[in-house]
Design a protein around this ligand. Structure first.
Ligand SMILES: Cc1cc2nc3c(=O)[nH]c(=O)nc-3n(C[C@H](O)[C@H](O)[C@H](O)COP(=O)(O)O)c2cc1C
Length: 129
């Protein structure tokens, strides 16, 4: 799903995409858009994400007016992507909702929605240039 989002954004020549499994809180400030892929485990997002956002909050990393969204696969309840979005909002990030969710594995339609999300974010960023 992350690769599909990245593919959509990369279609836009004005946009550079980093696809990362890990990022430090301080580095979040370097990006104009933050798109978080999160599975749901025990109704939650992974602890790494909680730690990341807690760290960003403690260090008062300014993420205001960046663009953000979340996506992810799940098994039966799938709370994590919306929970990520609620956190992004608290940082003042302009979020795109609803999050894209895939039950276990994304089908073609879901991957297309991911590509479209990447395109949409890239377009919104280009419009700001
Ligand atoms: C220990 C465990 C707990 C899980 N808890 C949930 C859950 O609370 N809600 C849910 O929707 N899916 C749950 N799942 C299913 C995962 O979200 C699902 O397998 C998802 O596709 C994993 O994504 P990943 O391969 O990107 O880690 C759980 C899976 C495991 C192994």
């Amino acid at each position: 799903m992350a690769k599909a989002v990245a593919e959509g954004a990369k279609n836009n020549p004005n946009i550079t995409v980093d696809l990362s499994y890990h990022i430090e809180a301080e580095a979040l400030a370097d990006y104009d858009a933050i798109l978080v892929g999160s599975p749901t485990y025990n109704t939650q997002m992974p602890i790494d994400f909680k730690n990341l956002f807690e760290d960003a909050s403690e260090k008062q990393i300014n993420l205001k007016n960046k663009i953000g969204s979340a996506f992810g696969s799940y098994g039966w309840s799938g709370e994590a992507p919306q929970a990520v979005i609620e956190i992004l909002k608290k940082f003042g990030i302009q979020v795109i909702e609803p999050p894209i969710r895939a039950k276990y594995s994304p089908d073609r339609k879901t991957l297309d929605a991911c590509v479209d999300l990447g395109k949409k974010v890239a377009q919104q960023l280009s419009d700001k240039l």
